[in-house]
Design a protein around this ligand. Structure first.
Ligand code: ADP
Length: 194
């Protein structure tokens, strides 16, 4: 099994790169943001609850997010490996993920963080909002609060994995294909070591 976490601030390109990586390595791509948007589209109870947080730029409570993630994994059954995109976003989510993987004697191999400056992030998200239809991408105040939440609640997840020598940072600005190549180089290295 290969288990990867693609990490970084909102708009850092996690979704774009995760899709490409999932295809190349035959991994299951799990994006909690996409899962929430599916629930919202289906107008489910979970979607309704998630909207109230997402539209304010806040995180959906851990309990809800972890429950949704477990259900998604159970639906997919066994895979060669998973690429987590947008999860874990809090240290408690990271601990829950570790515990879950431990149950099947598995673990996260590496967390790769995409580094992009705040100014570029805001520009990218606003541009994405023009075509994505995502309300949380259209309002600069919401974008700012997502960045603040990232720094306060999500960034500590990096230190959590770094303490086990499992965290790496790569440049997330520039050409999409170049970033993809850097990610592949890290993954090839990690999987060779296994
Ligand atoms: P981005 O990373 O571009 O901000 P996502 O699509 O990953 O967007 O997430 C959109 C929103 O969904 C987040 O701002 C947050 O409110 C919610 N969300 C996604 N993943 C999580 C998570 N792991 N924990 C809590 N909330 C989440």
């Amino acid at each position: 099994m290969i288990n990867l976490v693609l990490f970084g601030p909102p708009g850092s390109g996690k979704g774009t790169q995760a899709k490409k990586l999932a295809e190349k390595y035959g991994l299951l791509h799990i994006s909690t943001g996409d899962l929430f948007r599916k629930e919202i589209g289906d107008k489910s109870e979970l979607g309704l609850l998630a909207t109230s947080y997402i539209q304010k730029g806040e995180l959906v409570p851990d309990e809800v997010t972890i429950g949704m993630l477990k259900a998604a994994l159970a639906r997919h059954g066994s895979t060669f490996g998973v690429i987590y995109d947008g999860f874990p976003r809090t240290v408690d989510q990271a601990k829950a993920l570790d515990e879950m993987l431990e149950e099947s004697e598995d673990e996260i191999d590496v967390l790769i963080s995409l580094k992009v400056e705040d100014k570029e992030i805001i520009e990218r998200i606003i541009k994405r909002g023009e075509s994505s239809g995502r309300a949380d991408d259209k309002d600069e105040a919401i974008i700012q609060s997502r960045i603040e939440v990232y720094k306060k609640e999500t960034q500590p997840v990096y230190a959590y994995y770094d303490a086990h020598d499992k965290a790496l940072t790569i440049k997330g600005s520039g050409d999409i294909d170049e970033i993809f190549e850097s990610l592949c180089a890290v993954i090839d290295q990690v999987t060779v070591e296994e």
